[in-house]
Design a binder for this molecule. Structure first.
Ligand SMILES: Nc1ncnc2c1ncn2[C@@H]1O[C@H](COP(=O)(O)OP(=O)(O)OP(=O)(O)O)[C@@H](O)[C@H]1O
Ligand SMILES: [Mg+2]
Length: 367
């Protein structure tokens, strides 16, 4: 049985529901038009004397991307609530609506549709990322509202995503939380990988579990593929994405073995990369006590079949107070911090703070 079949069995058993094959979410292809472009402009080389650049100090802020593959699982609720919790704990926080298709993070913060958004920065209508930073009314918490201009925003090239992340990383804050939206498209996967850490929100339903697993698997392949600029190993990774490939590569384990056979040092380098990929998992909308163990079960499946560790960071119950806050158009975490879901999200904020590793390298601007 291949790893996907095992996951189907596992997910059906865990949730007790019928397995659905048609999730409507297609994994992203590994390539994007920029990477594949056969005609990259060749830069004229002028005899400029090289000057030594002063190394920038490492960043002290921490960028956390909140994803999960499936729509409606609670990514925006989690992003806004963690933002409020961290801000209440004295951290300077910016929440960014990087859901380039369906921006609505402002609603979770009780704000009406802002006039300045990420679109203005992407389209260079404003010169600085600071120009689209908005006050939320919550002390220590600012918002970058999502792009509403689909054509500009949803087809970003890789270098544009890197530039965006690089500019966002320059914001003076302790935590920058990105709501990256639903799906397993390249935009979403790249934001997840470009952030310092990734948090996956999953609900105890087969389609959400399957999407989260595919999200992790596609991210891992994309990470390995991006680590290779050229060479035969890159072709091996591309073959591996086709689950029915003739080479018999079915798992990332098989893939890394296949690469080691064609290029041992590259295989070692990629194993190191894969070890550094450690997403966190938050189970949301829990309704039954037996679903409590879902995070641990998914971590076991990912270790066994993808060879990576994921950290189950917490679980949040389905809570009527979320709905009550929605109806009042009020931020849930401001009005119901003592509710069951509010307290659990507060615990997740605490564990984010306690697991802070210190400093992070600056992402290259790519431009
Ligand atoms: N723990 C919870 N208890 C009750 N309701 C919840 C909980 N988490 C999320 N919800 C509700 O589920 C719905 C979806 O949540 P949210 O908009 O945060 O999901 P999302 O993953 O951001 O969706 P999308 O993919 O469409 O952006 C909202 O109505 C939200 O209030
Ligand atoms: Mg959302």
């Amino acid at each position: 049985m291949d790893s996907d079949s095992k996951l189907r069995v596992f997910s059906t058993a865990t949730s007790g529901s019928t397995w659905s094959r048609s999730t409507g979410v297609e994994p992203a292809p590994l390539t994007d038009s920029y990477v594949n472009s056969p005609t990259q402009p060749i830069q004229a080389v002028s005899p400029v004397r090289k000057t030594k650049r002063l190394a920038k100090p490492p960043r002290l802020n921490r960028i956390v991307a909140v994803g999960g593959g499936k729509g409606g699982v609670g990514k925006s609720l989690v992003t806004s609530s963690l933002g409020i919790s961290l801000a209440k704990r004295g951290k300077r926080v910016v929440v960014v609506d990087a859901d380039l298709g369906g921006a609505n993070l402002h609603t979770c913060l009780g704000l009406t549709s802002p006039t300045r958004t990420l679109s203005d920065f992407i389209a260079r209508r404003v010169s600085s990322i600071e120009d689209v930073l908005l006050e939320t009314g919550v002390p220590n918490l600012r918002l970058i509202s999502g792009a509403h201009d689909h054509l500009t925003a949803s087809n970003l090239k890789y270098f544009q995503k890197k530039r965006l992340l690089s500019k966002i990383s320059e914001i003076d804050a302790d935590y920058i939380l990105l709501d990256i939206g639903a799906g397993i498209t390249l935009n979403i996967i790249d934001f997840f990988l470009l952030a310092d850490e990734g948090l996956l929100v999953v609900v105890p339903e087969p389609s959400s579990i399957e999407n989260a697993y595919r999200f992790v698997k596609t991210s891992l392949y994309r990470l390995l593929w991006r680590a290779l600029k050229t060479g035969p190993a890159r072709g091996v990774v591309e073959h591996a994405m086709d689950q029915k490939n003739a080479e018999g590569i079915r798992t990332p384990f098989d893939l890394l073995e296949a690469i080691e056979r064609v290029d041992a040092p590259t295989g070692q380098m990629l194993k190191e990369k894969a070890r550094g990929f450690r997403p966190r998992l938050l189970i949301n909308q829990l309704r039954f006590p037996e679903d409590e163990g879902l995070g641990r079960s998914m971590a076991t499946v990912c270790r066994r079949h993808l060879g990576i560790d994921i950290d189950a960071i917490g679980s949040v119950s389905f809570d009527e107070s979320v709905w009550k806050a929605n109806r009042k158009r009020r931020p849930f975490m401001l009005d119901y911090p003592e509710s069951t879901a509010g307290a659990a999200l507060g615990d997740v904020a605490d564990s984010l703070i306690f697991s802070h590793r210190g400093s992070y390298p600056r992402p290259a601007s790519g431009v």
